[in-house]
Ligand binder design. Structure first.
Ligand SMILES: O=C(O)CCC(=O)C(=O)O
Ligand SMILES: [Fe+2]
Length: 133
């Protein structure tokens, strides 16, 4: 499986056994069948992610993104696509799952803002359905 992210091409190496229980739980909870996962480690509140949509061509026209969170609490922000003002925010906590529908990706951008008081690391796993070419 090949996937482009942040301008880099990545080659998948198959599922690690350690993720099997989490994948089964995600399937049971959401009915989705993701075939790929991206892991992002935020060392502390100075590590951030800028505004974007998860609309890479590999995800096809109706991308579902299942975002599973471990470690520090971090705020997660939304704004309408084409607008500058944030319109919604929520706190993602340890063991939280955020399901982003295709409509979410179509109409909104999301970001992980800087939070200087956060000193602990956070690991975010976004499970995605990558279309075969
Ligand atoms: O860390 C997060 O919660 C956001 C990650 C994200 O938006 C992405 O990987 O596309
Ligand atoms: Fe994203």
């Amino acid at each position: 499986m090949r996937y482009r992210y942040s301008g880099l091409a990545h080659q998948g190496r198959g599922w690690p056994d350690a993720l099997a229980p989490l994948r089964a739980r995600l399937r049971a909870l959401t009915g989705r069948e993701p075939n790929g996962v991206l892991a992002n480690l935020y060392r502390d509140g100075d590590d951030t992610m800028g505004w974007h949509r998860d609309n890479e061509p590999e995800l096809g026209p109706t991308p579902w993104v299942l975002s599973y969170n471990l470690g520090a609490n971090r705020d997660f922000a939304f704004r309408r696509h084409g607008e500058h003002r944030q319109c919604h925010a929520l706190t993602l906590r340890h063991d939280d799952l955020l399901v982003m529908s295709p409509e979410t990706q179509h109409h909104f951008e999301h970001a992980l803002p800087r939070r200087r008081r956060v000193q602990a690391p956070r690991l975010n796993l976004t499970f995605r359905e990558i279309m075969p070419r």
